[in-house]
Design a protein around this ligand. Sequence first.
Ligand SMILES: C[S@@+](CC[C@H](N)C(=O)[O-])C[C@H]1O[C@@H](n2cnc3c(N)ncnc32)[C@H](O)[C@@H]1O
Length: 463
Amino acid sequence: MITKEYIKELKINGNGDLSELARNNLSNAGNLVSILKNLGHLPVNFDGKWLLELTNSRFSQVRELAVKNIAKLTQHEYLETLKKIIKTDTDTNVRREAVSAIGRMRNINNKKILIEILQDTDPKIVCQAIRGLLVFKNDEEINNSLKTLINHENEMIRTVIYKEYFAKEQKQESVLPHAKTYEYLKNVIVNGDVREILKNVPNESIHLTFTSPPYYNARDYSIYPSYEAYLSFLEQVFLETYRITKEGRFLIVNTSPIIIPRISRAHSSKRYPIPFDIHHYLMQMGWEFIDDIIWLKPEYSVKNRIGGFQQHRKPLAYKPNSVTEYLMVYRKQTEKLIDWNIHQYDYHTVEQSKVPEGYETTNVWKIDPKFDKIHSAVFPVELCKRVVEYYSFKGDLIFDPFAGSGTLGRTAKNLDRYFFLTEQEPTYFEYMKTFVRKEGLFNLFKEKPTLFLTLKEFKETII
Ligand SMILES: C[S@@+](CC[C@H](N)C(=O)[O-])C[C@H]1O[C@@H](n2cnc3c(N)ncnc32)[C@H](O)[C@@H]1O
């Protein structure tokens, strides 16, 4: 067996032993891969000629690894072979490794070759050439060639070029430091239409939004003239949410497809794929898609749809019980990495906000639904707890435009975050007050007591 130790030994003995081993295994892809994967660091005097031979192997993985090892040598004598591979190899990964190898040479004399590669039809190859060229950011010819890619057909390429050349010029600085927000938004619940309320909330003031929008005509509180009108309503809300969200922070939307029952036996029921339709709107607004989390409920807790099928078992009439909902995770567009967001907080806040042991490691969250006497669609506390812990820091401001019974607000407060909630229905607004009463005196001693405001009162608090 070809082990790492064995390869190491042969490397110490000199290059001859290694090349002989490779030549004896030319038709054994597995062994060649083991040799190439275990080569590790290559000394400056390493003779890579046998690696050149392997770039002609019929196994694409062998060719890729051979080029990867040639790249470690960063030597000019391999340039012609690398150029040939980029022009002729049929495997995109092999070609990409060859471009990477030229980039790793960090030789300005190779700029013409890399600029030429920017015309390649494979976006992965172009991205690799961009990477090689960005090393020479004070070369005018390189900068001019790269800037023209801002109109490239591929979105990844456009994003990279935007970040490198255009982002800084366009970014308007937020008034407040990233970790801070306005006092008059902290632990406030406003009764009214979220669209009206948000007109009074400044840009970049929210750290996290988690919400479950009203269902399309599925419950008494959500009557819209058409599905299109419903989607357009949500579009307005999430566009405003985008504006008030801080740079690079998250929006998590909990929805699931809904079913509108048939009006008679002569008609069929209709299913609306809400998460998939909203997704399209969110992407257009600039929300960047991050993750899809499945909320999995026990089968006994959901409506039984499979009953009819169980009787007749006729194909096409299969109707599974829907035990899932989506939590679609989005991030406000930014050229900055998540690390930038984290670095906006002081050491203690980051330490104290660390997610405790026992966190969920998969995107399937098994959580029992919560039933409530007053509100027909409340979040389970555990769902809110995970979202708050995984996507915010202590002291952040957390927003729910469709607060309902206010589960998110209470959970946020218990986890030392602030909340800002809006809710249209007076019944639910009043219902939320009862929770504060139950908390009793204790709540009064909390740093920021909960304020229940009408839109008019809210406007008056804004200084
Ligand atoms: C699915 S429920 C949210 C329940 C909430 N997650 C909870 O834990 O109780 C949606 C809520 O949005 C509210 N709503 C609907 N349209 C609204 C609007 N335009 N502005 C504010 N709230 C609205 C409804 O009254 C309803 O309580």
